[in-house]
Design a protein. Structure first.
Length: 724
């Protein structure tokens, strides 16, 4: 139940700090249950008494790992404080439900997500109710058992004392709030009170005259009848256990059963005394709370908590069994949510959940919702290698039929990552991580398909993720450095300039080339600050070369620009700023842009490049010949250099050279020179290639024939001995 703010004295303004919020929670709690408490304390004193209990609830809410068992002590403490009225428990659960997350949800070291906090709060209520009932039951059982023992023992007293004692016993026996029954050692029921009669249906003959061993229930623990046999044989004086009974109408009565052995004056076993507390309603409440804690509120499917329990159980099996897991993510679900609204998206998820349930009906199969539009299906058994593939196909099959929603037919697609293997080799977290990685691999391949997990692909994805998360700190720690590869005049072999190539000196993986991290930097947005750093360092180095080597002429520095940098609004201003602060002439800088980045570029994208070109900065069209662009576009691009892709030089490695490659290069050079563009060739590895390119009219070249990328001090001591 929930407690309205006005009845609990909720404040008009939120308390400032965690301790203030905790005290306010204790105030609301004390006001809610004080009227039903039999205590001599004043309400402020009672509030002070509740404060440590409130702190216990808050600590339990934020416990890592979460364990609601400690909250049971709060229920026991309420009973110890004489809060035994049922309204006290009801009000306490209402306060916890309405205010624990509100006032204590952010008191921990880490703020809890709403769904997680509500789930924890429900389990805390369950534990408090259980602790309250357990303490109240033990208190009642202790009192009633002592009274019953005293009443039965009084039979051996003198006749006058016996009469008085029997009267007292009958009063207690008849009016007790728990069921009491007396049976002989053969199990024949001799006496029962009214409470026990009502518990079994209200008719005396439903209980009296029966034998104890008639009340066997399929869910009885094996200990029940082992304890019973030990008790009637005198080997045990009492036992307590949870036991279910069938009533005559077929319904089930759940009880906390306490059975004690009554001995005669000489210590010989004579009778057995049974005390039964009806826990049926509490058990149903526990089951309901358990269901709510382990099932998704929207779809009714098992949630992440229950799925992990089942998965861990399947993975811990030691009988040589196997498992198969399908991790499903709907393709394009966000677009449905954004266009039709979250209410329609929820109805779509419910329909998808209903369809998925029809796919996993065999023994050992289950479907769960992890959250959002992510679902999992699990199958276990000896032949999951084929079963999990069939399960994935069934899932894609049921999703193929369009879903009708608000008069529209929506086609639902999904990407599935499949993990299969023997139990006992991996943890649940490792299996789910592999399935998640595999699912994204299926999504990258176009979606509406399933992919099988691959250990090498998982390792690559984990490495990529590690590099992605390490990128920001790496830039701050100065782990990046630049190597320079010389650009050489094909005519006289002199060094014309150098291309700046960024490297990452990773603490674990060593030196990484740009192919390992540039795409990750693009994806995370770090490419902009990283690109600015490369530009600053390269321009500074070019200026240093000019100051130290005035006799050799100025060296041009080539710096690569990523597509993200092209779209950055401060590209021109930051480039101008870097040049002005270094003192380098704009003509000594050449920015390389890939051909694919400029395919279909509009005037807005070309405008900053034109501004830089007008200042004198060179613009090189990198990887030319790989983007299938319209050659007529060269007239509108503000470029001054074409850099032929290394694929054109590969055909020149053999003798004679591929005539088709030669014709293509010759045509490109002729076209470029006709447009007043210089031509640079990448990937030159042999002297024969260099000579052919010179004869074809190419202007400059770079490659391992002239020098590998290296430290800046090698540019002016270029040796052809570096050639491969």
């Amino acid at each position: 139940m929930s407690i309205p703010a006005q009845s609990s004295g909720a404040p008009d303004a939120e308390p400032d700090g965690p301790e203030d919020r905790l005290r306010r929670f204790a105030t609301i709690w004390s006001r809610a249950i004080f009227p039903s408490t039999a205590t001599s304390l004043t309400r402020p004193e009672f509030e002070h008494h509740l404060l440590p209990l409130a702190r216990m609830l808050s600590d339990t809410l934020h416990a890592r790992p979460f364990d609601a068992v400690s909250a049971a002590g709060v229920g026991g403490a309420l009973v110890a404080a004489h809060c035994t009225d049922p309204d006290a428990l009801s009000s306490t659960l209402g306060v916890v439900d309405s205010y624990l997350v509100l006032y204590c949800g952010n008191n921990g070291p880490v703020a809890l997500a709403t769904e997680d906090s509500r789930s924890r709060c429900a389990r805390i209520q369950h534990a408090v109710a259980g602790g309250f009932s357990q303490a109240l039951r033990e208190r009642t059982l202790a009192e009633q058992e002592a009274i019953a023992r005293s009443a039965l023992a009084a039979r051996s007293h003198a006749e006058q004392a016996l009469h008085a004692t029997e009267a007292r016993f009958r009063a207690v026996f008849k009016d007790a709030a728990i069921g009491i029954g007396i049976a002989d050692l053969d199990g024949n029921v001799l006496e029962v009170n009214d409470t026990l009669t009502r518990m079994f249906g209200g008719l005396d003959h439903h209980v009296r005259g029966h034998r104890v061993n008639e009340w066997v229930h399929p869910e009885d623990s094996p200990k029940v009848w082992a304890y019973y046999n030990e008790l009637v044989s005198g080997e045990r004086d009492h036992y307590r256990i949870e036991k279910a009974f069938y009533r005559n109408d077929g319904t089930v009565l759940w009880t906390n059963l306490t059975v004690s052995l009554l001995r005669d004056a000489e210590g010989r076993p004579e009778y057995q005394l049974a005390l039964l507390e009806d826990t049926t309603e509490r058990r149903l409440l526990n089951l309901r709370l358990r269901y709510e804690a382990t099932h998704d509120a929207l779809t009714g499917l098992p949630n992440r908590t229950l799925f992990f329990e089942r998965l861990e159980k399947a993975l811990s099996a030691s009988d040589g069994s196997r498992f198969g897991l399908c991790y499903l993510d709907l393709d394009g679900f966000k677009a449905i949510n954004d266009s039709l609204g979250h209410a329609s998206g929820d109805r779509l998820l419910v329909e998808v959940a209903d369809r998925l349930q029809t796919c996993a009906t065999a023994r050992g199969e289950m479907v769960a919702r992890l959250g959002g539009d992510e679902f999992v299906a699990l199958t276990t058994g000896p032949d999951t290698a084929s079963e999990v593939d069939e399960l994935a196909c069934r899932i894609l099959g049921v999703l193929a039929t369009p879903i009708r929603l608000d008069g529209r037919e929506l086609t639902v697609r999904g990407s599935i990552g499949v993990v299969e293997g023997p139990a006992g080799e991996r943890s649940a977290a490792e299996v789910l991580r592999s399935a998640d990685i595999t699912m994204y691999r299926a999504k990258s391949a176009g979606g509406n398909r399933f992919e099988l997990a691959d250990a090498e692909a998982d390792a690559r994805a984990i490495t990529r993720h590690g590099l992605t998360t390490a990128l920001p700190a790496a830039l701050e720690r100065g782990e990046f450095f630049i190597e320079y590869q010389p650009l050489v005049h094909l005519g006289d072999g002199s060094v014309h300039g150098a291309e700046a190539l960024v490297r990452w000196c990773h603490p674990q993986h060593g030196v990484l080339g740009p192919d390992r991290f540039i795409a990750l930097a693009e994806h995370t947005g770090l490419i902009v600050p990283l690109g600015r750093w490369v530009l600053e360092e390269s321009v500074r180095q070019a200026n240093f070369w000019q100051e130290r080597h005035t006799d050799g002429g100025p060296l041009r520095i080539n710096v690569n620009l990523s597509p993200a940098q092209l779209h950055h609004p401060r590209l021109v201003s930051e480039t101008v700023d870097v040049l002005e602060r270094s003192g380098l002439e704009p003509a000594a800088l050449c920015l390389e842009v890939t051909e694919s980045a400029l395919i279909g570029a509009d005037d807005d994208l070309l405008k900053p490049l034109r501004q830089l070109a007008d200042m004198g900065v060179g613009i090189a069209l990198d990887d030319f010949g790989t983007g299938y662009s319209n050659l007529a576009n060269l007239r509108r691009l503000p470029v001054s250099v074409l850099k032929l892709d290394r694929s054109f030089t590969q055909g020149m490695q053999h003798h004679p050279a591929d005539p088709v490659d030669l014709k293509i290069v010759e045509g490109i050079v002729s076209l470029a020179h006709g447009l007043d563009l210089a031509v640079t060739v990448e990937g030159v590895e042999t002297g024969a290639q260099a000579e052919q390119l010179r004869e074809l009219g190419c202007d400059t070249a770079q490659g391992w024939y002239y020098g590998r990328p290296g430290a800046p001090d090698r540019i002016h001591s270029l040796l052809l001995a570096d050639a491969v």
